[in-house]
Design a binder for this molecule. Structure first.
Ligand code: KIV
Ligand code: NA
Length: 256
């Protein structure tokens, strides 16, 4: 992904939870697959991601690993599995041994020591800032973050600090387009956006949203590609193409 950023080539990421979808996404050319703790909502039917366990992520990581030939596989560290650096070491080890290439953690300044320790011990880290769903109860709902100047500055500072601590990728979720652009330009590591505009280096979506099978609420930043293509593999190719040529996300999917 670093090469893509350096070459200015937009890349595509998607969540996956099993071997069959992972194989299809991988063979169509999705660059990064994430075993997301979004599974708490889209697989398990919960209202948020908090009930997901390390064992849940490990099981689905083993499944996805068997479907992958070339994509990078990131596994989410679930809620409270990295509350201390020591817990993070133990639980990240489980996910790497399940087949992940990298683990993802939500948070800023408080995570710097953990990011450094994981990286030094051989576990690559993807950071995640903005609307970090594990903190939904602190935010008081799934709300766009970084809208006021001090909040925006804090997110920018945290992004730089996480990169300095060793993070190799950063996910930005539901922040204003301009802030995502500033952060992407300020960092040398690749930035993946969801609800963060078209200026990040890559895009990620939840597979259930792309295929239009999420129950209930469909987030504004998502797009149902199955509706326009009628076939799963074509839907994935349309998503990849629209990210590559910059037509997704358009202003209807972003926050200003
Ligand atoms: O869990 C997840 O699916 C995620 C992505 C939406 C970034 O964290
Ligand atoms: Na997640």
């Amino acid at each position: 992904m670093l090469k893509f950023k350096q070459e200015g080539k937009k890349f595509t990421a998607l969540t996956a939870y099993d071997a069959s979808f992972a194989a299809a996404f991988d063979s169509e050319g999705v660059d990064v697959l994430l075993v997301g703790d979004s599974m708490g909502m889209v697989l398990q039917g919960h209202d948020d991601t908090l009930p997901v366990s390390v064992d849940d992520i490990a099981y689905h990581t083993r499944c996805v690993r068997r479907g992958i030939k070339r994509a990078l596989l990131i596994a989410d560290m679930p809620f409270m599995s990295y509350a201390t650096p020591e817990q993070a070491m133990i639980n990240a080890t489980t996910l790497m041994q399940a087949g992940a290439n990298m683990v993802k953690v939500e948070g800023g300044h408080w995570l710097l020591e953990t990011v450094t320790k994981l990286t030094e011990r051989g576990i690559p880290v993807c950071a995640h800032l903005g609307l970090t769903p594990q903190s939904v109860h602190v935010f008081g709902g799934f709300k766009v973050q970084g809208r006021d100047a001090s909040n925006a500055q804090r997110i920018l500072d945290e992004a730089k600090a996480l990169q300095a601590a060793g993070a190799q990728l950063l996910v930005l979720e539901c922040i204003p387009v301009a802030l995502a652009k500033t952060i992407t330009e300020a960092l040398t590591i690749p930035v993946i956006g969801i609800g963060a505009g078209a200026d990040t280096d890559g895009q990620i979506l939840v597979m259930h949203d792309v295929l239009g099978i999420s129950s209930g609420y469909i987030p504004r930043f998502s797009k149902n590609y199955l509706a326009q293509t009628g076939e799963i593999r074509s839907a994935i190719r349309a998503y990849i193409d629209e990210v590559a040529n910059g037509t997704f996300p358009s202003s209807e999917h972003t926050f200003s």
